[in-house]
Write a protein that binds this ligand. Structure first.
Ligand code: MGD
Ligand code: MGD
Ligand code: SF4
Ligand code: MO
Length: 743
């Protein structure tokens, strides 16, 4: 047979790059290049995508399920593994009730087709209130802010990178991360293009990152103080009469006067000391933002994973509204993904429909903060978590105060993990169910195309077929859902249920392209592929570009996407669509929701306390890393991708530390020792450690990662510190002490 070429989307990060794979006759990936025919990524690739072959062929990747007997995990057949799960779950539910089974859903689940289509069914089938996800270690503040401002927590505006003249970026480092809550392949190239067309890029970050170095201007900011800076920008816009009267937002915004009143106390001079940004710079930044023809403000993980995460996320979009840039080309816009039915009615957003048992933290988006997972595991009493399902997550490394969580996981009665690795988290599992290799997996970025800077769709069928009897990840998750509901059998039964109920609803819904049609007849028209493919086909056909099951023969179907657009389909630049998106009770953008206004009290108290002199810890990402799980790829753990403690040379001198010395970083929760890396890219008073390291735990099977173990920064982060409105973890601005370790 010889070599062959195949094309697919890279599943590793949010950038959605198209890849061109070369495979040999046994299906081993021998080369990976960027897919030049992908209309969105146009050949762009990063080192992670380029080593997808190594990840795919990793000898430590689990090929079959593991079941634990005593201390050791042993390989097991799929039937035996599922039977162990059935017994384990039904036993815990029978003895402790449904809330005693918790689910943790991790980051890769948002990058798979299986996760968005099936994980929810598992949670529903268990009927538990104890759902936790990586979202509360990430972007939950943005969901809360958009939920209150626009009525829909998923209506997240993205900066229109390709048309803006001015980008103000806080707490994001896309040159390493390749972008987040803003899917844009070749983000670096798109930033350079802003400058090349005469625009300006401004970066606010406690580190002079590679992104900052590429920008026109970089401002150091004291970690955790963006909300003060953003408030001062709002203040300046009002004080200097720079609030735009944007025709397209006329009559569509509530709360302008409340906001003006709220911002009165935050003059640039008042926040300069706390933020470390000079008053003059703040004023100039506000003026430039207001003066730019088309500007966008964008905040990411540095602004979310801190004590004022929701206030930051809100104020970012407040600035987009005040400068007239929300929902217009070159500003901050709402993508229109191909798979989301535009006709569906949404309920206005609320939080706190239930609360966590121990700390009484409010539910947000149907889930509870991962920062309180350990409390729920450890605290005895009715409703204590006794069993856990993890899907593509590694909270033993990724959650705040992870060492405590790691200990608590050891106390579970039953745990099942859907994960390709035996790692720091899954070593606690009774059963590990591995998904197939990436090349054996179909791909469509359900969760991410709705955040892309161009409307875009791409379906990647599996490149290598699954061996007989080997379930896909969709089938694994569907089977888990069936088991959790106390039934078992063919996982396709779940898809049938979902398909028939969705089609019945679509046939009855006002504005639906299939209103009044016979669901049975629609069912027969679906793609002839796997149940997962049929569900995707259904979504695309009911979606805004869909064929409406024949109503618009020129419209999109999965078959068309697969056969006519194997390199992806460009659906055009983003278009204004605020009216579609808005579902607040008032039908307007809520610029000053009362819960946010009340939370501004915390800013007032902090301002009167004055700046703190403590050393604070922040995170960082490296291009050749991806959270906790790419450290087993040899090509990616070479060179500068190391787990060092970066600190400013002035701090290093003061502490008597030189490059290569061991330093001890300690907080309320614990301490780690890391190698010091003095660098003036970090501002004084700040230290930085990357996350996702600490691979020295016993009982794992990731040989390369074990040799490049690093330390887990989340031993030092504090699960008691959260952003109160979203419950999100605080990873930035963590007070720490730093001292040299005696040689
Ligand atoms: N290579 C690589 N890519 C990734 C990942 C990875 O681990 N590695 N992870 C993926 C995931 S899960 C996500 S969520 C995205 C995240 O994508 P980004 O948000 O772009 O992530 P970071 O590179 O961590 O950039 C955050 C920046 O915030 C800065 N920062 C820290 N504290 C503060 C603060 O208080 N204020 C301000 N203004 N800035 C602050 C940090 O110094 C850092 O430069 O990346 C994704 N892509
Ligand atoms: N200190 C600090 N902590 C952080 C952050 C930070 O910036 N600083 N960032 C936070 C952020 S933004 C995030 S998103 C979280 C991430 O937190 P998690 O999602 O808990 O952790 P990951 O490291 O992404 O773990 C991914 C897991 O998924 C598995 N996996 C990989 N591919 C697949 C697949 O195809 N299917 C399945 N089922 N499993 C798969 C991997 O083996 C691994 O076990 O970490 C958070 N933690
Ligand atoms: S930027 Fe992200 S999507 Fe693109 S190749 Fe790299 S890891 Fe894959
Ligand atoms: Mo994330």
């Amino acid at each position: 047979m010889g070599d062959r070429t195949a094309f697919r989307t890279c599943p590793l990060c949010e950038a959605l790059c198209g890849l061109e794979l070369t495979l040999d006759d046994v299906g081993t990936v021998t080369r990976v290049r960027g897919d030049e025919k992908d209309p969105f990524s146009m050949g762009f690739i990063c080192p992670k995508g380029a080593t997808l072959g190594s990840l795919d062929g990793d000898p430590d990747r689990l090929a079959e399920p593991l079941v634990r007997g005593g201390e050791e995990h042993a390989p097991a057949g799929w039937d035996e593994a599922f039977e162990t799960v059935r017994k384990g779950l039904s036993d815990v539910i029978a003895r402790h009730g449904r809330d005693s089974v918790a689910v943790y859903i991790g980051n890769p689940t948002a990058h798979s087709i299986a996760g968005p289509l099936y994980a929810g069914a598992i949670v529903k089938a268990i009927g538990t209130r104890n759902l936790f996800t990586a979202s509360t270690a990430d972007q939950m503040p943005k969901h809360v802010s958009c939920g209150h401002m626009f009525g829909d927590p998923l209506a997240i505006p993205v900066p229109d990178l390709d048309r803006t003249d001015h980008l103000l970026m806080l707490g994001a480092n896309p040159l390493e991360s390749n972008g987040s809550l803003c899917s844009a392949p070749d983000f670096p190239g798109r930033l350079k293009a802003i400058r090349a067309r005469g625009g300006k890029v401004v970066v606010v970050d406690p580190r002079r990152t590679r992104t900052a170095a590429l920008a026109d201007e970089h401002m150091f900011i004291r970690p955790g103080t963006d909300a003060f800076l953003l408030m001062a920008l709002v203040h300046t816009l009002f004080a200097e009469d720079l609030v735009a009267s944007a025709e397209h937002l006329d009559g569509r915004v509530n709360g302008l006067d409340d906001l003006r009143a709220l911002a009165v106390d935050f003059a640039p001079e008042r926040v300069a000391e706390v933020t470390g940004v000079e008053a003059g710079t703040i004023r100039r930044t506000a003026r430039e933002l207001a003066a730019a023809d088309r500007a966008a403000v964008y905040g990411r993980i540095g602004t979310c994973t801190q004590a004022y995460g929701t206030l930051n996320s809100w104020l970012v979009d407040v600035l987009n509204v005040l400068t007239g840039n929300l929902d217009r080309p070159g500003g901050a816009m709402f993508p229109l993904p191909a798979h989301a039915p535009a006709y569906r009615r949404k309920k206005p957003f609320t939080t706190g429909r239930w609360r966590s048992r121990v700390r009484e933290l409010p539910e947000v988006n149907g889930e509870l903060p991962v920062a309180t997972l350990a409390d729920e595991l450890e605290t005895p009493g009715e409703g204590q978590i006794k069993a856990l399902i993890t899907i593509g997550g590694n909270p033993a490394l990724s959650a705040p105060n992870a060492a405590r969580l790691d200990r608590a996981l050891a106390g579970l009665e039953f745990m099942v993990s859907v994960d390709p690795y035996l790692n720091e988290t899954t070593r606690h599992a009774t059963v590990v169910l591995p998904p197939p290799r990436p090349v054996q997996t179909p791909h469509y970025d359900i969760a991410l195309v709705g955040l892309a800077v161009r409307n875009y769709a791409r379906y990647s069928p599996p490149v290598v077929p699954l061996p007989d009897g080997r379930p896909s990840e969709s089938e694994v998750l569907a089977r888990l859902a069936l088991l959790a509901s106390g039934t078992d059998g063919d996982p396709a039964a779940l898809d049938e249920m979902i398909i028939s109920s969705t089609l019945a609803k679509a046939a009855a819904a006002e504005g639906s392209p299939v209103r009044g049609r016979d669901p049975e007849e629609l069912r027969k028209m679906l793609d002839s592929g796997t149940p997962t493919e049929q569900r995707l086909d259904m979504m695309l056909r009911l979606g805004p570009y869909g064929d409406g099951f024949g109503a618009d023969p020129s419209g999109l179907t999965l078959t068309k996407l697969r056969t006519e657009h194997p390199h992806g389909l460009d659906l055009g630049a983003l278009e204004p669509r605020l009216d579609d998106v808005l579902c607040t009770t008032s039908g307007r953008v809520e610029l000053c929701p009362s819960t946010f206004a009340a939370d501004v009290d915390r800013l007032h108290s902090a301002l009167s306390d004055g700046p703190s002199s403590a050393m604070v810890l922040i995170g960082r990402r490296h291009l050749r890393s991806n959270n906790s799980w790419l450290h087993n790829v040899p090509e990616l753990v070479r060179g500068s991708n190391t787990c060092t403690l970066q600190l400013n040379p002035a701090d290093a001198d003061r502490l008597g530390v030189t490059a290569g010395d061991s330093v001890r970083v300690a907080s309320r929760t614990g301490a780690v020792e890391a190698i010091a890396e003095p660098t003036d890219t970090v501002m004084p008073g700040v230290v930085s450690l990357p996350h996702g390291w600490g691979h020295d735990r016993p009982g794992t099977r990731t040989e390369v990662a074990h040799r490049h173990a690093g330390v887990n920064v989340n031993v030092v982060t504090d699960e008691q510190e959260i952003d109160p409105l979203s419950g999100n973890a605080v990873f930035n601005g963590v007070p720490v002490t730093v001292e040299p370790v005696p040689r």
